[in-house]
Design a protein around this ligand. Structure first.
Ligand code: FMN
Length: 257
């Protein structure tokens, strides 16, 4: 009988026995020497909560509001591309799990399932966007997100270019046939998926599709195109957060994460 999955680590170990090596590396790998990946892990491991004792509480409710949405816990699922690499149900299965857990799911722009089909699962859905050179496609996707009932948009601002992912380069990683960025136009999906011959397809072609000169003007451009709350994903420098806060005071709406 299979071991029960009692923790994230259990799930990770079980998946390691099922997934092909290149997919495992795509999920687990970081950029270059993976120094930041290790530092992030260490930083998270260094966080401890200091409990207040003798509080006389019998029932705890970790529920809260996130970006105007009720969540059963103070977390949401981060955007992760191409989930059908990992499980045939892909983002639809992930949406079901998020709905059951009562937490928002951020659907990646590079989702391998259709946005409308993921939205049909129910639960709270946010949509993550990269800024593409082809602004028209971004604008179309925003309209589809609003029509499908997405509750927030999240612009990833720390990937003007894809990092050099050495594991993917060594594995010659490219998406298998049948798995694509299902919500992008076919020619764009082919470019970002690296399905053309040779590697490292994913990073090289993605750099031709993403807007490398991403700036605050693009945040304003996006803001003008939606009534949804806009979250900026990837702000690290305090000055950027302050810039953002000042802009937000003027216009209202975006939040740094
Ligand atoms: C397999 C995989 C795919 C990802 N795809 C995206 C994506 O499409 N868009 C995005 O903004 N971030 C993407 N990320 C980054 C995550 O959203 C997140 O920022 C990152 O994994 C750091 O969080 P963690 O330390 O909890 O893993 C991806 C991460 C992984 C592991």
């Amino acid at each position: 009988m299979a071991e029960p999955l009692l923790s994230v680590r259990d799930a990770e170990q079980a998946a390691a026995g099922l997934l092909p090596r290149d997919v495992r590396d795509f999920v687990a790998g970081g950029s270059e020497a993976e120094v930041t990946l290790a530092a992030n892990r260490a930083a998270l491991d260094a966080v401890f909560l200091t409990p207040r004792v003798l509080a006389g509480i019998t029932a705890c409710d970790p529920g809260t509001m996130l970006v105007g949405c009720r969540s059963a816990q103070p977390v949401a699922v981060a955007p992760m591309s191409y989930q059908r690499l990992i499980h045939p149900e892909g983002e639809i299965g992930l949406a079901r799990a998020a709905r059951e857990a009562g937490i928002p799911l951020t659907l990646s722009m590079m989702s391998s399932c259709l946005l409308e089909e993921v939205a049909a699962v129910g639960g709270t859905l946010w949509l993550q966007l990269y800024l593409l050179r082809d602004r028209g496609q971004v604008a179309d996707l925003i309209q589809r997100a609003e029509a499908a009932g997405c509750r927030a948009l999240m612009l990833t601002v720390d990937v003007p270019r894809m990092g050099r992912r050495l594991r993917d380069m060594r594995n010659g990683f490219a998406l298998p046939a049948g798995i694509t960025a299902a919500n992008l136009r076919d020619d764009t999906a082919t470019m970002v998926g690296g399905t053309s011959a040779g590697s490292p397809g994913v990073a090289v072609h993605t750099n031709q599709v993403f807007e490398p000169s991403l700036s605050w003007a693009d945040v304003s451009w996006l803001r003008e195109r939606t009534r949804l709350p806009l979250v900026l994903k990837g702000i690290l420098h305090p000055a950027d957060a302050q810039h953002h806060r000042a802009a937000r005071r003027l216009r209202g709406g975006e939040r740094p994460v």
